[in-house]
Design a protein around this ligand. Structure first.
Ligand code: SF4
Length: 703
């Protein structure tokens, strides 16, 4: 399969999985992808990880949806253990596009007519293109008539964005991860790049080999620990205590950058006073590390000429996720570690287009480019662009929408490419909400767990089948190109959204995503000087970009921050316990996340043969000592129970796990980790506490 002489065609595109945004080339024969190679993109330099290289065959999986489906009368909604997603006709019947679109939109328009705009909501997708995200949020805002539109950013970096917007006026990264190679010190906290951002991890390894000091701060160990100058494995949930203790060291030892603080920030004196009592000695007992280790790390970061902080969902997915990110921002501002090469703040984005989908407005409280829906001037500009009136009320977020369904407020939903029946916390509760919907339209590639609750299923396009732009974690806007035809009667996502919009009498008439992108440029200053034609020519342009012929800015905010007065703000934080601390009944910490081989809820990667062969089954990663304590061997069955439910799965001995903690990936429907997770929300980012739930481990007789 890897013989390039066999291929009859090559198409350049971008990887559909993580936020690194590796550029790649599909090698095809007879319209089928034979193999994939990395290209020399700015974020990958020809490299690909196992997902990008081998996860390309899912579009031709036998269970791929190729025709619209409508639920048969009398078939109850819900996950039916006897239902076979590859044989959906037991529960659904095939329909023409005309009938399916009329049914899909008809159910939504009827609910709106009877119960008003607030009775509808939509989830767009960070797996789709910028243009599709733009159209989806435009449909909800101008057709449904509310701001009830969200997507999976709510479950990954909503708290990071909340803190960044509050403190520095922008939710995107201040510098690319390639800048790590110019840094003297790099802090990696709450992230596991070799698993979740594998090609970015290669940049960190190279930086370490050239002399950059990597400092890994995380309760779990990780492969990059082998390259680390120092690791801090702290007690889960004690992040805010730890970071405040670091700030205390920086203040008490005078390691801050007064000139930078004076020129670029507000509120440092209040922060100084706030952290005065939070000495390493006072905080270390909560954090499970020594006071001296805290001092060392704080000194390394503060005294570096150039230092960067990278973080992931170990920081953001807590009820104190926004506070975690506020602390990291305070560290950077106090030490003047932004705005120069080799410095910066970088929340590593999860999905391939979570940055772009957020920029394009799939967020309930802001319009595209994070412009508040409550701002009359902002609304007025979009009302002029779209020739309609807009709702001034911020919409509901992902978990709030599930609650609103239970409360009877939300009655109908349109879900494009997301799988809340796997990705939401406290799944039994979330699935009960989906079952309660009076009308659910799901647009996807497969009959996902969520689609099993649908009234109408619309067969959509896989990434290698469509043209579209995506924006990666580095703010690089890149172009994906259609490489292969759509199977059967499946349709491009933008076309389907437009057909629904037409049935809301919106009169849309786009003929290609490039026309959508042109409209986006009129509403999104971030896309200034980045035309579709330029993307076709150059493949990747970073925003913000100062001119049509200039490169975009890899490092931003050198002179001023995008706040009203150009200054950043310190935001002091108070350590709070996790929402559900461990206790005698539930003495172990459950944490969840992704695996190298599988992507999010597994809807694509579990249908990619090589990837599913490598990791075919759910496993719980447990410290070897913990396994011995339980009397278990690797591979034995284990039941994990929380206050919300139980799952049983095999164990894997993991030397990198601390005792007292268990890790479960959330991509396996047969042992769905989110049955266990806590839906408690961070009050600012409204993100659930996926990274900490109290659980109990018991020996199971069998899987
Ligand atoms: Fe794809 Fe991310 Fe792997 Fe690159 S690192 S190949 S973008 S999954």
């Amino acid at each position: 399969r890897g013989d390039s002489t066999v291929a009859d065609r090559q198409v350049d595109s971008v990887c559909p999985y993580c936020g690194v945004g590796c550029q790649l080339t599909y090698h095809l024969k007879d319209d089928e992808i034979l193999f994939v190679e990395g290209r020399d993109g700015p974020s990958n330099h020809n490299r690909l990880c196992v997902k990008g290289r081998y996860g390309f065959d899912y579009p031709r999986h036998p269970s791929r949806l190729t025709t619209p489906l409508i639920r048969k009368p009398g078939v109850a909604k819900g996950l039916d253990p006897d239902f076979d997603p590859a044989q959906p006709l037991s529960h659904f019947r095939e329909a023409s596009w005309e009938e399916a679109l009329d049914a899909a939109a008809g159910g939504l328009t009827a609910l709106k007519a009877e119960h008003g705009p607030a009775s509808l909501a939509g989830f767009g997708s960070a797996k789709c293109s910028n243009e599709e995200a733009w159209l989806f949020q435009k449909l909800v805002r101008t057709g449904f008539g509310s701001n009830n539109v969200d997507h999976c950013t709510r479950l990954c970096h909503a708290s990071s964005v909340a803190a960044l917007m509050e403190c520095i006026g922008s939710g995107a990264v201040t510098a690319s991860f390639m800048q790590a190679e110019q840094a003297d010190v790099v802090i990696l906290t709450g992230c596991n790049p070799t698993v979740n951002h594998p090609v970015a991890a290669t940049f960190f390894k190279q930086a370490a080999k050239r002399g950059t000091k990597l400092i890994v701060i995380d309760p779990r160990g990780q492969a990059l620990g082998a390259y680390a100058h120092q690791t801090l494995r702290f007690t889960p949930g004690s992040d805010v205590s730890l970071f405040n203790a670091m700030l205390n060291v920086i203040v008490s030892e005078g390691l801050y950058d007064q000139a930078y603080i004076d020129a670029h920030t507000e509120g440092f004196e209040a922060l100084k006073a706030h952290v005065a009592e939070m000495t390493p000695e006072a905080m270390a007992p909560h954090c499970g590390v020594s006071a001296e280790e805290i001092r060392q790390v704080a000194r390394e970061y503060a005294t570096a000429e150039r230092a960067m902080i990278f973080w992931g969902m170990g920081i953001s997915q807590h009820t104190h996720g926004t506070d975690n990110a506020r602390c990291l921002i305070s560290l950077a501002l106090a030490c003047g570690q932004t705005g120069r090469p080799g410095t910066g703040l970088h929340p590593l984005r999860g999905q391939n287009n979570v940055q772009g989908a957020s920029d394009a407005g799939l967020i309930p409280m802001v319009m595209p480019d994070y412009q508040p829906v409550s701002d009359a001037q902002v609304r007025s500009a979009f009302e002029e662009l779209w020739n309609t009136e807009l709702d001034a009320e911020p919409g509901l977020t992902v978990v709030e929408i599930m609650e609103a369904i239970h409360a009877g407020t939300i009655r109908g939903m349109y879900i494009q490419g997301e799988n809340p029946a796997m990705s939401d916390p406290d799944l039994d509760h979330a699935r009960a909400a989906l079952a309660k919907l009076e009308h659910l339209v799901v647009q996807d590639l497969f009959v996902t767990e969520t689609a099993q609750f649908a009234d109408v299923i619309l067969p959509a396009s896989a990434w290698p089948e469509k043209d579209g732009s995506v924006t990666n974690t580095n703010r690089q806007v890149q172009l994906g190109r259609a490489a292969m035809p759509l199977p059967g009667d499946a349709k491009p996502d933008w076309w389907i959204i437009q057909e629904i919009a037409r049935r809301f009498d919106l009169g849309w008439d786009y003929t290609h995503p490039r026309e959508v992108f042109a409209e986006m440029q009129r509403g999104m200053p971030s896309l200034d000087h980045i035309s579709w034609e330029r993307l076709e020519r150059e493949g990747s342009v970073t925003y913000p970009c100062p001119a049509d012929d200039a490169p975009g800015a890899d490092v931003v905010f050198s002179d001023a921050f995008p706040t009203a007065d150009g200054r950043a703000r310190f935001s002091p934080t108070v350590p709070l316990p996790p929402d559900e601390p461990i206790d005698g009944d539930y003495p172990t910490v459950l944490t969840t996340g992704r695996q190298l081989e599988h992507w999010h809820t597994g809807s694509m990667t579990r249908r990619a043969k090589v990837l599913d062969d490598l990791e075919p089954e759910a496993v719980a990663s447990v410290a070897p000592g913990e396994l011995r304590r339980l009397g278990l061997k690797p591979g034995d069955a284990l039941t994990i129970t929380t206050r919300r439910g139980s799952i049983t799965l095999r164990t894997r001995a993991d030397m990198l796990m601390p005792e007292g903690m268990v890790f479960v990936p959330f991509c396996y429907a047969e042992a769905a980790a989110n049955v266990l997770t806590n839906p408690a929300l961070d009050p600012y980012g409204k993100i659930p506490e996926f990274k900490y739930a109290a659980c109990r481990l018991t020996v199971a007789q069998a899987i």
